[in-house]
Design a protein around this ligand. Sequence first.
Ligand SMILES: [Zn+2]
Length: 253
Amino acid sequence: MTQPRTYRAVGLTLRKRLAGEADVIATMLTREHGKLDVLARGARRLTSKLMGHFEPLTLLRVAVARGRALDVISEAEVITAFQSVKTGYQTTARALYVAELVDGFSAESNANPALFDLTLQTLNAIAEQPMSDLPLRHFDLRLLDLSGFLPELYCCIDCGAELEPERHRYAAGAGGTLCPDCAPPDTLIRPLSLPALKVLRLLHRTAQPAGLPSLNIPAAVQNEVHSALSATLQYWLDRPVQSQRFLDATKSA
Ligand SMILES: [Zn+2]
């Protein structure tokens, strides 16, 4: 069956790069078709009706024509530019962190509507709770889950035994929690406190960031949760998360 020559989608721009004299190639996460690179011809011309539409973190309704190398935007309408997250450094840094990870974990042309919805819900949560890191940690864990990399949080990933309270450790590269008796080779094992494990389980049980309880989690526990998730993300990405440095810089500023 031949594919139609044009298609429509709702997509979020994750990043853009410049091409030719006035073109833009945008990487978008679409609900219908997964991650796509699309060419927006003339989008850098002041006179173009596409001008400014492909800034990162813009939600668009697009019509796209299939092209030989890249698909080409024929129409684009901005649904929201998420101005509420772009007004401050910290919220912008948080939103760019989300965009980088979604980009890193999404496969080209592989639709994952739940991941698309999670991404928009997380951007809204960042706007609503600009000083909280909890929506990002929820995002980290749900992203891993929706990408097929959810770390084990209840049993030992080596022997399968159910974890007993206070008798567990965490190994990002091995896939999650370990009992004290197991030590798979070539694995970096770190301690994980019971409160941190409980926060991870809570994040996993919470379907949407809007459903996150307003918890007062001690900074040390938050750091532990962040460190375990960030090691897991880095393991699967096979590189550090670039925007984390920007995010850290906004916090110490
Ligand atoms: Zn074990």
